[in-house]
Structures are given as C-alpha cells and as structure tokens.
Design a protein around this ligand. Structure first.
Ligand code: KG4
Ligand code: ZN
Length: 332
C-alpha cells in the first residue's frame, strides 16, 4: 500500500498530491496569474513561480492528506513533455525529497497520466479503452491496452485543440487561456458561422487552418459591419467551439469504428469543455458507447493523475535513477 507524493510542474500550474494505494488523499494546485497579462505562458516566469510555489504547495498537500513527510514511501514527478524550466523545478524537488528520505523516485509521462486520470476515482474504464486526450499542447487518440501500454493511433499535425481555443480567443480579444471563456460565452450563442478546416486524413488532426479561416471570416464580416465582433461574440464563440468539437468527434467516431472499442474516454484540459462533454454523451448514447469523463479537477493539469500513474508503476517497481533529467518532448 504505497503512500506516494506526486509533483506536476510541466506548464503554468504547480500541483502536489498525496495518493495512497491509488486513492487520492489530496490534490492541491497553485495557478499562476502572471501569464494573463502576456496573453500566454511566459516560460521564464513560469519556472520562477514554480520555485516560489512548490514548497508551500507540497506542505498543503501533505497537511490536507493528514500525513507527514515520514509517511511518504515514494515520490512521483512529471518528466515531460512540457516547458523544460518548469519541469526542472519539479524534477529537482522530487529528487531532493527522495534522496533526503531514502525512498524511490518514479518518473511519469504527462500525457499518459492525463489518460490515467480516469483511475483517480470510480467508475473506472476496463482495458482496453479508447481515449481522446485534448490539452493545450497535445491532441491524441490513444488505445489504452493497459495502464502502461498506451498506443497513440492519431495525433495533431500542427496546433493542439486547446491551442485552437486559445488562439481563436486571442483573435477575439479574450484573456488567456481562452478555452474556459469561449465555453462560457458560447452557452449564450448559436453556431451561425462555418469555418474551413483542412483534414490531414486518417485519424490525424489539423487545427492551424482554423484560426486563419476565423480571421478571414471576421475581417469580411467587419467590413460589412464594423462592430460585428463586439455585437456577436457569443455566436462567434459558439461557432468556433462547434468547429473544434465537430473535428474532434469526427475523428473519435472514426477511431471507435476502426478499433471496435466501445468504452470511450476524454482526458486533458479541453475535456473540461461543457459542450464537448455533452456532445460525447449524446454520441455515446446513439452508438452504445460507455463514456468516461473525469471530474473537472482531474481534466486540467493536476498532480493526482501523476500519483495515480505512479501507483501503477510502483506496483511493477519501475523506479527512476537519480540521474534522470526532464524532457521537453518524450520519445513517442
Ligand atoms: O491539460 P491542460 O490543463 O494543460 C496542458 O497540458 O496543456 O490543458 C490546458 C488547455 C488550455 O488550452 C485551455 O484553454 C483548455 O485546456 N481548456 C478549455 C476549457 N478548460 C481548459 N478549453 C475549452 N473549454 C474549457 N472549458
Ligand atoms: Zn496537461
């Protein structure tokens, strides 16, 4: 029954969790407000904020879990993918903690951990299942044969789905990250606009053409009606959101047909999107799928998912050496 401390610092959130035998005892995340001012994550500021936040975040995670440092039997950390300076803070903290306490170190792949967020609490999917992982940096269709055997069968060839939300929002003058804001505004709108989206074929995604199409569409509308964007923000957001969701669902349905899997899961920050969650449920009902969507806390970046993945690795005694280094990209 290992009690693990888990650290996640791949991007702009510092998160720490305590997971005991796969059960999440605490999950504490310190967000970084500084990036809003710049309309995106500034890597150097992110790593400095991680340095400031990591010790207090871990202290709160231990306290909320009702454990002390002496109770911790292993330390898990995100090795990558992510911002190298941000990852470095988490990796260094984890190494120091493990060394000081003489306990094992467990490295975790951030994208695989997003998938295993489904095991943070029941109901759990059975293996194998199909997972659409949609975050700020990645868009992947994954056949999850087992916790540690994850096969990527489709991916984006350019922008990620979260990036498509964030860049579209930037065009509309929305604050970073724009995903949650588009979600909120779209609830009051109707998807009246359609945008051209290239299809790279197969199970791969492409989102970089979408922002160009949005830009040209809005420029054309503004020539006819100068206050078009301000006066139609909710409809524009609903249209952008629908375009992204249509692409995601189209490929997910194709992947489900191809693999003949009927347990379908969503993971990553964009799976917090309310319209995407509803659409998955609707398609799932029509197609006889059993669908799984994590609670919001486990969709966006969090250390609980790192601790859950580390529990699977701990069971197989897959420990990292102290020479382990962070990796901005992991070899997949
Ligand atoms: O997984 P995540 O927290 O961090 C990465 O690993 O990238 O994902 C962050 C992304 C951002 O692009 C953000 O805009 C998007 O998830 N996001 C959303 C929503 N909440 C977060 N996108 C659409 N609707 C949401 N409600
Ligand atoms: Zn993530």
């Amino acid at each position: 029954m290992p009690t693990l401390l888990a650290i996640e610092s791949s991007c702009d959130d510092t998160s720490a969790a305590v997971v005991r035998d796969g059960t999440v005892l605490s999950n504490v995340t310190a967000a970084q407000a500084i990036h809003v001012e710049y309309g995106g994550v500034v890597p150097e500021y992110a790593s400095r904020a991680h340095q400031r936040n990591i010790t207090p975040t871990v202290a709160v995670a231990l306290r909320r879990a009702g454990v002390t440092e002496q109770d911790i039997e292993g330390v898990a950390f995100t090795r990558g993918p992510g911002l190298i300076g941000s990852l470095m803070v988490g990796v260094s903290f984890a190494k120091a903690f493990a060394l000081a306490r003489g306990i094992p170190l467990i490295e975790v792949d951030h994208m695989q951990a997003h998938v295993l967020a489904h095991f943070a609490e029941p109901p759990y999917p059975d293996f194998p299942f199909l997972c659409l992982t949609v975050s700020g940096g990645h868009t992947q269709l994954v056949v999850v044969h087992s916790a540690l055997e994850q096969e990527i069968i489709g991916r984006t060839i350019d922008d990620a789905a979260g990036e498509a939300f964030d860049k579209s929002g930037k065009l509309l003058g929305l604050p970073y990250p724009a995903g949650p804001e588009i979600d909120r505004l779209a609830r009051r709108g109707t998807p009246v606009l359609t945008f051209a989206q290239p299809d790279p074929g197969g199970l791969d995604f492409s989102f970089s053409g979408l922002k160009t199409s949005i830009l040209y569409t809005l420029q054309k509308k503004a020539r006819e009606q100068p206050d078009y964007v301000a006066g139609n923000l909710a409809d524009i957001c609903a249209s952008v959101q629908q375009a992204i969701i249509d692409t995601l669902l189209g490929k997910l349905i194709a992947a489900a047909e191809q693999t003949e899997l009927t347990q379908i899961a969503l993971a990553g920050g964009v799976s917090a999107n309310s319209a995407l969650r509803q659409r998955l449920e609707k398609e799932g009902r029509q197609r006889g799928w059993t669908t799984f969507v994590p609670r919001l806390e486990y969709c966006t970046d969090n250390a609980a998912m790192i601790g859950v993945m580390a529990t699977f690795k701990h069971a197989q005694r897959l420990f990292a050496e102290h020479t382990v280094a962070p990796a901005a990209r992991l070899g997949k």
